[in-house]
Design a protein around this ligand. Structure first.
Ligand code: URA
Length: 213
């Protein structure tokens, strides 16, 4: 793994880095952006889940009885922040198909710049599960902070954040507010521009995925 700030893991696997470069290109099609993001999400999920606890269970192979490891505890919860978080959800569900899903809809009020919730639906027993928040672009950090606040208010005690790109500003703001939430990202870019976009970045992730503007 690349050297990362405290509380952050940069997933520097060559496949992730190669696919990210393809995604960043301005002429990548919406189809390829969606496919690449799904593939990268699966690879990031592999790292995010690396330390999940295991328990030993007795099973029978066709030849003998053996003690074998299986995931312990309740199923994970993936919590995509709408709408661009949806672009990573399927790739993560490919690796952990039994995970539960919590949808979090937040928008920024243009007048107050506060995050306003318009949708929240999560399993009721969040306190007993590990939650992986999903947001491809950790830009100002405000949305991810509000989403983690909301998940904690709903009972979540163990939260991780999976993203694709992070700005240094967003990372330090997020880890300052939620030091207990570890962040995985494919890259930490240079900075935010005046409009809150990540530079060099890849533009608006939702627009690039869904062909909107
Ligand atoms: N959201 C995006 O989609 N892109 C950015 O660069 C910042 C926030």
């Amino acid at each position: 793994m690349a050297r990362s700030p405290k509380g952050v893991t940069v997933v520097d696997h060559p496949l992730v880095q190669h696919k990210l470069t393809l995604m960043r290109k301005k002429d990548a099609s919406t189809k390829s952006v969606r496919e690449l993001l799904r593939e990268i999400a699966a690879l990031i999920c592999y790292e995010v889940t690396r330390d999940l606890p295991l328990e030993m269970v007795e099973i029978e192979t066709p030849l003998v009885v053996m003690s074998a490891p299986q995931l312990a505890g309740k199923k994970l919860v993936f919590a995509p922040i709408l709408r661009s978080g949806l672009g990573m959800l399927e790739g993560m569900l490919e690796l952990a198909p039994s995970a539960r899903v919590a949808h979090i809809g937040l928008y920024r009020d243009p007048a107050t710049l506060n995050c306003v919730e318009y949708y929240f639906k999560a399993p009721t027993d969040l306190a007993d599960r590990s939650v992986v928040m999903i947001d491809p672009m950790l830009a100002t950090g405000n949305t991810a902070i509000a989403a983690a606040d909301r998940l904690k208010e709903a009972g979540a005690k163990s939260i991780r954040l999976a993203c694709l790109l992070a700005s240094p500003e967003g990372l330090s703001k997020f880890t300052g507010h939620h030091p207990d939430v570890h962040v995985w990202t494919a890259a930490i870019d240079e900075r935010l521009n005046d409009h809150g976009y990540i530079l060099p970045g890849l533009g608006d992730a939702g627009d690039r995925m869904y062909g909107t503007r």
